[in-house]
Design a protein around this ligand. Sequence first.
Ligand SMILES: Nc1ncnc2c1ncn2[C@@H]1O[C@H](COP(=O)(O)OP(=O)(O)O)[C@@H](O)[C@H]1O
Ligand SMILES: [Mg+2]
Length: 360
Amino acid sequence: MTATRPDDPHAPLPPSLPTDTPFRLLVEAVEDYAIFLLDAYGRVATWNNGARRIKGYDASEIVGRHFSVFYPPDAIAARKPQQELEMAARAGRVEDEGWRIRKDGSRFWANVVVTALHDPQGTLIGFAKITRDMTDRLRLAELQHARELSAHVQSALENERASISRELHDDLGQQLAALKMQVSILRTGAADAHVVQQALAQIDTIIGSVRRISAGLRPPVLDDLGLFAAIDWLVCDFRRRFDLAIRLDIDGDEDGLDTAASTSIFRLVQEALTNVVRHAHASEVRISIVCARSRCILTIEDDGRGADITRARPDGTFGLLGMGERVRQLGGAIEFRSAPGEGFSIRADIPLPGPARDEP
Ligand SMILES: Nc1ncnc2c1ncn2[C@@H]1O[C@H](COP(=O)(O)OP(=O)(O)O)[C@@H](O)[C@H]1O
Ligand SMILES: [Mg+2]
């Protein structure tokens, strides 16, 4: 076909098209974004190639259906689709990220922008929705996190080994050498009661050192007292050392928690309280642990200065990441909520091991 130069006065006029068509063709052809319109009730009104590719429906299958079919059941139960439209209608535009469902039932991680559309009189006529499939990016970010975490765990392990070996050598090693000297004096038969007394005192010091070194490896209060009492002890310790107001509510019983779960919950509370001391400038912290039926829900909230957690994780920080990893290893879920000036809250939902108990 010959190209027509637009400045050629003899060029034939292009076939006249309805004015909206080139734009509609453009939108329909886009493959990387699902771009479609909803009517004011949230029913799908148009559909493009990207929407078909990302969500799996043909236009004929989806036009006219309510857009809540794209949401997972828990989001529907929480009225998320309606809330999204209400917010867009109020604010003009809303952006969200979350899991969505394809026609075949599989999930994808979506970035969604909903824009409210009004007629010239200002009446709401519908919504424009743009959805991007971010699953690959999410997986990549998770992989990156996992790599960093594993490198951090490796170096933490190395550091811990080095410190245990130092303790064993400098402390236990020296004391055992001293004890050996005392015992060899005893063997010569020249020793008096005083040397025996010294040797006994030396043995007591050694026992104390062994306790101290092993306490660094695992909180001994956990074994001695059990989780709830150990957390009570931890909370009292923070109250005393940092003059922090902490409310602690514990409900249910700890029998369903195995060693792994109780160690993780203890470390979670410890890290969260350390964060409050380091970052929050809070006047109050509320901790609640509810173990009932087949799960344990742990929440830790402070009223401090909060943080913008939508921003990338600061370099070299592993506390929150480690909390997430601990909870994931137990098959649970963790959620952080915070914004500058609005405190910081952590909610972990941990399934109790063993067969699911009967719901009352
Ligand atoms: N309770 C809190 N209040 C305010 N900011 C917090 C709180 N907990 C965590 N943060 C913020 O989150 C970041 C990451 O926390 P974390 O992963 O524990 O790393 P670190 O404590 O080593 O900085 C902190 O640097 C801080 O900015
Ligand atoms: Mg921390």
